[in-house]
Design a protein around this ligand. Structure first.
Ligand code: URA
Length: 216
């Protein structure tokens, strides 16, 4: 399974990640959502380079232009609710894509443990299509695995691109060990070393869903 870490290269991407992490800047939830959207756009651009393109002839007012246009059918899928701004960013670029939504959230017990609760999937058929599966935070990897399995009820994808803005080393290892190695690519913004006792990524950015949409 190929793992790309976009933030490993020097680019404007790192400014957006820095703002997403920064406790002073992330108080502005509009800017927080917009930064998730902006990194979603960059992920989309990077993923687009791996897709199949075919040559088409376009008529301009002054002549004919041969250009390469994407050929793959893409389904942008996100895990709610934190995935929604990232979804918008991906869709800004893949504007002809179909859309899927999966609801998965942590349900804590009194002793501080949690289980991932799956409630809902809305998805077209993914048979033979390229799926982009997005969740801004890849902490333990369990939600991603659950979402991936839920999607398989909608067909067999041609390829799955897993997108997370901030991941933990543990989450990346879990996904590498629990999702098929073939036809799966991981696109991570940054990979942090630690998870705390509540399985939040450290340093991470905090709770992405709460920062984007308010505390529950
Ligand atoms: N979800 C978040 O929003 N943040 C984390 O650090 C882990 C899971």
């Amino acid at each position: 399974m190929v793992v790309h870490t976009i933030g490993a290269n020097n680019s404007l991407f790192n400014q957006f990640i820095a703002e997403i992490r920064n406790i002073d800047i992330q108080k502005d939830s509009l800017r927080f959502r917009r930064n998730l959207e902006r990194v979603g756009e960059i992920f989309a651009y990077e993923i687009s380079k791996t897709l199949e393109f075919s040559e088409k002839s376009i008529q301009t007012p002054l002549g004919e232009s041969l250009i390469h246009l994407p050929q793959s059918e893409v389904v942008v899928t996100s895990i709610m609710r934190a995935g929604l701004p990232l979804h918008t960013g991906l869709l800004n670029y893949f504007d002809g894509a179909e859309n899927a939504f999966i609801s998965a959230y942590r349900k804590y017990t009194d002793d501080g443990e949690f289980k991932i609760n799956f409630e809902y999937i809305s998805s077209p058929s993914i048979e033979g299509k390229v799926v982009i599966l997005a969740d801004p935070m890849l902490a333990t990897g369990s939600s991603m695995e659950l979402a991936y399995k839920a999607l398989l009820s909608k067909g067999t994808p041609k390829h799955v691109h897993v997108v997370s803005v901030i991941a933990s080393e543990k989450g990346v290892e879990f996904v590498k060990n629990n999702l098929p190695k073939k036809n799966t690519t991981l696109w991570m913004g940054a990979i942090d070393q630690k998870l705390n006792s509540k399985s939040y990524i450290v340093p991470g950015c905090g709770d992405a869903g709460d920062l984007a949409f308010g505390a529950k």
